[in-house]
Design a protein around this ligand. Sequence first.
Ligand code: ATP
Ligand code: MG
Length: 207
Amino acid sequence: MTERQAHRIGVMGGTFDPIHHGHLVAASEVADVFSLDQVLFVPTGEPVFKQDREVTAAEHRYLMTVIATASNPRFNVSRVDIDRPGLTYTIDTLRELRSTYPDAELFFITGADVLPEILRWKDADELWSLAHFVGVNRPGHHLDDTGLPSSGVSLMEVPAMAISSTDCRDRVRAGMPVWYLVPDGVVQYIHKHGLYLAPASEPGPLA
Ligand code: ATP
Ligand code: MG
């Protein structure tokens, strides 16, 4: 943060393996509609729900997120999750951000695929007191807040971006372009470090 304390902070958690324009459009739209002072992108450490596949080293995911967000004065990247040892639980992320920004209102941004999973998250009952959740549409997923507390969740439409990190990884592995799906600097970073060339279950060139 720069001159003054941000009062309304968006929190965009993700594996960002790699970050793509679906993430960036969602963050930008929510920031606009909810008048957010900033959006903090928070790359996960070891994601709980992705233990079945090899996730790219946190430092690569962090740097790609920094590259993708660097030009937007309202976008920042937090290391809270990658610097905390062990599995990443959103409740721990939000508790830590709440103590760092005690006076701010937090808005946790999630895509429609993630919303139905929230009730299964660690200490789900407590999430709503730490942040307001904003669910956005995502192609292939129904945007639905059934079962979630209505005062704790808002749903909003963003321009639909049929992009996923899984698809970006598959495309790189198949020798197909990811230009315009991810920011230019991220394309260059992926190629510079030879990311996503090996099958996900095998160590990559730099692993
Ligand atoms: P993967 O395919 O590896 O799961 P992903 O594209 O789903 O990657 P994540 O890092 O898992 O990206 O997602 C972080 C957050 O961004 C989640 O809340 C997810 O729902 C949201 N999100 C990802 N892609 C989009 C998209 N195209 N439109 C809207 N929200 C998205
Ligand atoms: Mg995902």
